[in-house]
Design a protein around this ligand. Structure first.
Ligand SMILES: C[S@@+](CC[C@H](N)C(=O)[O-])C[C@H]1O[C@@H](n2cnc3c(N)ncnc32)[C@H](O)[C@@H]1O
Length: 230
């Protein structure tokens, strides 16, 4: 029977995982003003190809952070990795606004932001083998058994990141959810393209309010570092 082709048949790409909750778009006046005032300086269009050479002509590498939240760690990381281009991708506009405010305060000139589902924009707009590192810090743990399929760190994401990383590119992850940490370790262990595993807390990863709160509740944080081998 003749039928319509599915998206996978037409584009050859897998559907993405819905790893976030689309909350309301409520923002503070300061966040809204920051977006309006500074969009040309920081914002990248998720509907257009990302030309990394044009965006960061003098940077030695490009780091992409998936799920930058309210930008507390991200703004500081952009400062720490000042010789790199740093792209933060987040679905929530309020988080993007908060990040721009922090970046302005710190003077992070190497930061760009994308308001989008990271898996979609990375899949569709980033050239293959173009990214030096992906950062994923405290991805939503989706703790209930029936929600686990919504976790972002699963095989389809590894396929995507493997395609977009430069040879010997890296992935840095942190989670404070022990059971997610075990699942992350397992999915990478089953993937021969990646080498690495659990590492001690990198001294460059900022301690945020969120992480400090977790530490006082005895949440154990696990850091991972993987490199791709081609
Ligand atoms: C638990 S928060 C952690 C935020 C931040 N990394 C931190 O350490 O504070 C996870 C963030 O990832 C974002 N997120 C989840 N899936 C995403 C996706 N597919 N694309 C972009 N952002 C995503 C969520 O909106 C949320 O802000």
């Amino acid at each position: 029977m003749a039928g319509f082709a599915t998206m996978e048949e037409t584009t050859g790409v897998l559907p993405t995982i819905r790893s976030y909750i689309k909350r309301g778009s409520r923002m503070t006046a300061a966040q809204e003003t920051a977006i309006n005032k500074y969009w040309n300086k920081y914002g990248l269009d998720p509907e257009k190809p990302i030309d990394l050479r044009a965006i960061f002509p003098d940077k030695k590498e490009v780091i992409v952070e998936i799920g930058s939240g309210m930008g507390e760690a991200t703004s500081r990381l952009a400062m720490t990795f000042a010789t790199s281009g740093y792209i933060a991708i987040e679905v929530h506009r309020a988080g993007i606004g908060a990040l721009i405010l922090r970046a302005e305060e710190l003077g992070a000139t190497n930061l760009r932001v994308i308001e989008a589902d990271a898996t979609v924009v990375i899949r569709d707009q980033f050239p293959d083998h173009s990214v030096d590192a992906f950062h994923i810090f405290f991805p939503d743990p989706w703790p209930k058994t029936k929600q686990r399929k919504r976790r972002i760190i699963q095989e389809p994401l590894l396929d995507l990141l493997a395609k977009k990383l430069k040879p010997s590119g890296r992935i840095c992850i942190a989670t404070d959810w022990l059971e997610y940490a075990k699942a992350i370790e397992k999915v990478f262990a089953n993937d021969s393209r990646f080498k690495g595993g659990i590492v001690s807390r990198p001294e460059w990863r900022p301690l945020t309010k969120f992480e400090s709160k977790g530490i006082t509740k005895n949440h154990e944080v696990t850091d991972f570092h993987y490199t791709i081998s081609r």
